[in-house]
Design a protein around this ligand. Structure first.
Ligand code: FBP
Length: 318
C-alpha cells in the first residue's frame, strides 16, 4: 500500500468516526496485543504446551502464549471489567481496582492447529458494555477478528459498519477498506464438519449449493474462511449440528457471536439453523452453536431446508 497522506491509522479513524474514548482505547489495546501474536506466530517454537483447555483439547504453546498476551494486556489497560477466553475455564476479572467499562470474550488463536502447516489463522474478539458476559450476542457493542495471513489484517464490526485495517511494517494498523458490504448472495461455500454426521437437511442444503455451481473454499480455519466469504462479497461459511453433537463444534461466545455481529453489520446474516445467532440466549461461556454465516439468500435457504427436512422427518414418524 503506497505511503500517501491518505494513510488513516486505526486510532484516528475511530476518533473521526466519533467512537467514544474508552471503546476506542480498548479496540487499540486489542489490536496492539495481536501485533505480538503476529510476531509469535512467525518466531515461536511450534509444538504442544503440555496442558489441555476446558474442552480437553491439547493446547499448543502458541495457544497459551496468545492467551497470555491478550489476557495480561487487557487486565492492565484499565478499560476492562471481566474477560473470558476460549483457552481458560472461567470468567476472570481485570487486575485493577478501578475496573473499566467493558467486558471481553476472545479466542486468542482460532484454528491454531493450522500454524504447523503454515496456513492462515486468527484471533476473534467480542466486546460487551458493562460487566456481564453471559448474554445474547445482540448486546455486543463491537466485534473484531485479526487474520494472520499473507498480510495481517483486522476486520472490525462497529455501529452497523465493517472496516478492514492492515498492519504495516511500521507496526501500525491503517485503514485498507472502509464500509465492507456483503451482496444478497454469493458463489462460494465453506462447509465444516464430518460429512458422515450431517443431518439429512444439512446434506440436502450442501448438495443444493453444489448443484447450483457454488465453489468449495475451506481451509479449516474459521477466520480465513469467514474473511473469504466477507471479502468476496458473499457466499456461506457453515459448521452445522452433527450426529452426536447437536450444538456443533464452534463456541457461541468466542466464535459464533463475534462473527455473526460482523457479518450482520456488513449486510449479511447469521443463523444457528433455526434462528438468528445474536438472539441465542447463552447458559454458559462454554456453549457451542451450529453456524450458518454469510449472505442473506444462502442463510435463508439453509433455514428453510433444515425446517423442511425437520417437518418431513416429523411426518415420517406419525
Ligand atoms: P479451535 O478453536 O479449537 O481452533 O477450533 C475451531 C476451528 O479450528 C475453526 O477455526 C474451524 O472452522 C473448525 O474448528 C475446523 O474444524 P474441523 O477440523 O472439524 O473441520
Amino acid at each position: 500500500m503506497p505511503l500517501t497522506s491518505k494513510v488513516e491509522p486505526l486510532r484516528s479513524f475511530l476518533f473521526e468516526q466519533g467512537v467514544e474514548g474508552t471503546l476506542r482505547g480498548l479496540i487499540c489495546e486489542v489490536a496492539d496485543a495481536c501485533k505480538y501474536i503476529d510476531y509469535a506466530i512467525k518466531m515461536t517454537e511450534l509444538g504442544f504446551a503440555g496442558t489441555s483447555n476446558v474442552y480437553g483439547e491439547e493446547q499448543l504453546a502458541l495457544d497459551v502464549l496468545s492467551d497470555e498476551l491478550i489476557s495480561s494486556r487487557l487486565s492492565k489497560c484499565g478499560l476492562v471489567v471481566n474477560m473470558a477466553s476460549e483457552e481458560q475455564q472461567n470468567i476472570f476479572s481485570a487486575f485493577l481496582k478501578e475496573p473499566g467499562e467493558y467486558s471481553v470474550c476472545f479466542d486468542p488463536l482460532d484454528g491454531s492447529s493450522l500454524v504447523d502447516v503454515n496456513l492462515a489463522v486468527g484471533t476473534i474478539v467480542s466486546i460487551f458494555p458493562g460487566k456481564e458476559l453471559v448474554r445474547p450476542g445482540r448486546e455486543q457493542v463491537a466485534a473484531l477478528f485479526v487474520l494472520y495471513g499473507p498480510r495481517t489484517t483486522m476486520v472490525l464490526g462497529l455501529e452497523g459498519r465493517v472496516h478492514e485495517f492492515t498492519l504495516n511494517p511500521l507496526g501500525s494498523y491503517t485503514l485498507s477498506q472502509e464500509d465492507v458490504k456483503m451482496d444478497e448472495s454469493g458463489k462460494i461455500y465453506s462447509p465444516g464438519g464430518d460429512t458422515r454426521k450431517y443431518s439429512p437437511g444439512h446434506s440436502a442444503f450442501i448438495e443444493a449449493l453444489k448443484n447450483d455451481g457454488y465453489k468449495l473454499r475451506y481451509s479449516g480455519g474459521m477466520v480465513p474462511d469467514v474473511n473469504h466469504v466477507l471479502m468476496k462479497g458473499g457466499g456461506l461459511f457453515t459448521y452445522p449440528a452433527l450426529e452426536g453433537s447437536p450444538r456443533g463444534k464452534l463456541r457461541l461466545m468466542f466464535e459464533a457471536n463475534p462473527m455473526a455481529f460482523i457479518l450482520e453489520a456488513a449486510g449479511g446474516a447469521a443463523s444457528d439453523g433455526t434462528k438468528r445467532i445474536l438472539d441465542v440466549e447463552p447458559e454458559s461461556v462454554q456453549d457451542r452453536c451450529p453456524v450458518y454465516l454469510g449472505s442473506k439468500k444462502e442463510v435463508a435457504l439453509a433455514e428453510n431446508m433444515l425446517k423442511e427436512a425437520g417437518s418431513e422427518k416429523g411426518a415420517e414418524k406419525t
